[in-house]
Design a protein around this ligand. Structure first.
Ligand SMILES: Nc1ncnc2c1ncn2[C@@H]1O[C@H](COP(=O)(O)OP(=O)(O)OP(=O)(O)O)[C@@H](O)[C@H]1O
Length: 347
């Protein structure tokens, strides 16, 4: 049976920011094992053994052009299909001290979906990702992983069969490790692959995100866009010597924040493309998995997302396909889409 695992696909700002108590102590165990001396926690990985994905028929191809980027996954995903729900939030509430952030949110992430979470700043989008990833527990409500209620946080032993990766917003690659060690982290920590094979996988994965000859560089020597690509490589690297690749959902928190339009396009296309490939030792293509992107950028919504959830005042107030977003007559969505000062959203 596959095991579930939540990992820090990419710890842009400190991954421990916002974590308290047991979560913090568990996550703080992340560090070098072979790369440093501490022991790794049972099921928490620092980067992904992400299955790179196909669209189910094994023949899916990805064209990185403007016209078709939002359509492929949408076609393969029927919203009426209640089967294959990978993650579900049921009536989830969360507050921080006196402040009520989530007020009973409900949504499902199905196999193969590319979902965006949008909404005003401070409305709780990152909190939703952390709850989905199991880094924060809801005060009330349930999170179901592959139909099973998750009772605890990331080290829940009961959930099997799905990996959940969280890709943080700000570039905080481990600054004491070079690019090879950062990208290969999960393989050094959690696989039996020999180091020379890991180095090969790192090289291949860096090539997949358009980088070469950077393995020996330190994060401080990289531009912001390069750091994001390195972090993406760390999120998608996987052990291809295994017979099976564990299905996975990747959660991206503002992956294009702070990038120029062209660098954003590169990342958006990478987010799409890395979900369409992947092969295990047995030559099996990776299982279709899904991803969720929290973003404020229109280009990211258009290029990297098929379905949108709009979060406002602690609730999902609108849900629809990306192309419906700009034509919605929901006043909250309309105001947000047009960037108007007048409307129900108050700043
Ligand atoms: N660990 C925490 N402790 C206390 N307050 C928190 C914590 N995490 C988040 N918050 C608060 O919860 C609210 C929602 O934060 P969150 O980061 O989820 O919003 P967001 O919608 O992702 O915001 P943005 O779009 O600006 O990134 C904010 O007011 C934030 O200050």
């Amino acid at each position: 049976m596959w095991s579930s695992a939540v990992y820090w696909a990419n710890s842009w700002s400190s991954p421990m920011h916002g974590l308290k108590g047991s979560s913090r102590s568990r996550v703080s165990l992340l560090g070098r094992r072979r790369l440093c001396s501490c022991k790794s926690p049972r099921k928490i990985l620092c980067a992904s053994t992400a299955p790179l994905l196909n669209l189910g028929d094994g023949n899916a191809s990805y064209e990185s052009n403007c016209s078709n980027t939002t359509e492929n996954l949408a076609r393969s995903t029927s919203l009426k299909d209640e089967a294959n729900i990978l993650i579900e939030c049921r009536d989830v509430y969360k507050s921080f001290e006196e402040k009520q952030i989530l007020n009973g949110i409900n949504f499902k992430i199905r196999q193969g979906e590319a979902v965006g979470i949008i909404g005003p700043s401070g409305t709780g989008k990152s909190t939703v990702l952390k709850i989905m990833a199991g880094l924060l527990a809801p005060d009330k409500g349930e999170v179901l992983i592959c139909g099973k209620i998750r009772h605890g946080l990331i080290d829940d032993e009961e959930i099997t069969g799905l990996r959940i990766g969280l890709v943080f917003q700000s570039a905080a690659l481990f600054d004491w490790l070079n690019v090879r060690e950062n990208v290969g982290f999960v393989l050094y920590e959690h696989s039996k692959m020999p180091h020379d094979k890991i180095a090969e996988r790192v090289k291949e994965t860096l090539a997949a995100v358009g980088l070469k000859d950077v393995e020996h560089k330190m994060p401080s020597e990289l531009s912001g866009g390069m750091k994001k690509r390195v972090a993406l490589a760390r999120a998608i690297i996987y052990d291809n010597t295994k017979e099976e690749i564990v299905p996975e959902v990747l959660l991206y928190d503002e992956p294009t924040a702070g990038l120029d339009p062209i660098a954003s396009t590169v990342i958006e296309d990478l987010i799409r493309s890395v979900h369409l490939k992947g092969e295990s030792r047995a030559g099996k293509l990776g299982k279709i998995a899904s991803y969720v992107v929290v973003t404020h950028q229109h280009s990211t919504i258009k290029r990297a997302v098929d379905r949108l959830l709009f979060l406002h005042e602690g609730k999902i107030v609108w849900e629809g396909m990306t192309h419906e977003f700009t034509t919605s007559t929901n006043p909250v969505v309309e105001q947000f889409a047009l960037g108007c000062l007048d409307g129900p959203i108050k700043y």
